[in-house]
Design a binder for this molecule. Sequence first.
Ligand code: 5GP
Ligand code: ZN
Length: 102
Amino acid sequence: MSNCIFCKILNKEIPSEFIYEDETCFAINDINPKAKKHILVIPKEHIESLNEVENFDLIKKLFEAIKKINKKENITHFKTLINTGSKAGQEVMHLHIHILSD
Ligand code: 5GP
Ligand code: ZN
């Protein structure tokens, strides 16, 4: 998606350090962290939100990535969050999972 921030980050049009990457997804630190550690896990495929997910193998892969990211980042206690829809606080309309840890 040409005007999507996360697609632009994936395509290196906006610089951002990838703290994790595999064939399905990548992870970056949130630009406006709401916890000491605030990571976004983002599928490479542009899918607007959880409402548009049809193949839930993707969600499984994202959570497998979360486990690897947390191991790498020494995160043992954390919250995960998926905002779905602007009325629920979703600002970037490209599916992502927040990892929040103090
Ligand atoms: P949402 O509210 O859509 O669930 O979460 C979007 C998140 O993306 C917010 O926490 C926001 O701070 C973060 N964000 C928005 N733009 C950028 C950006 O350009 N770079 C990074 N690293 N995070 C961003
Ligand atoms: Zn996108």
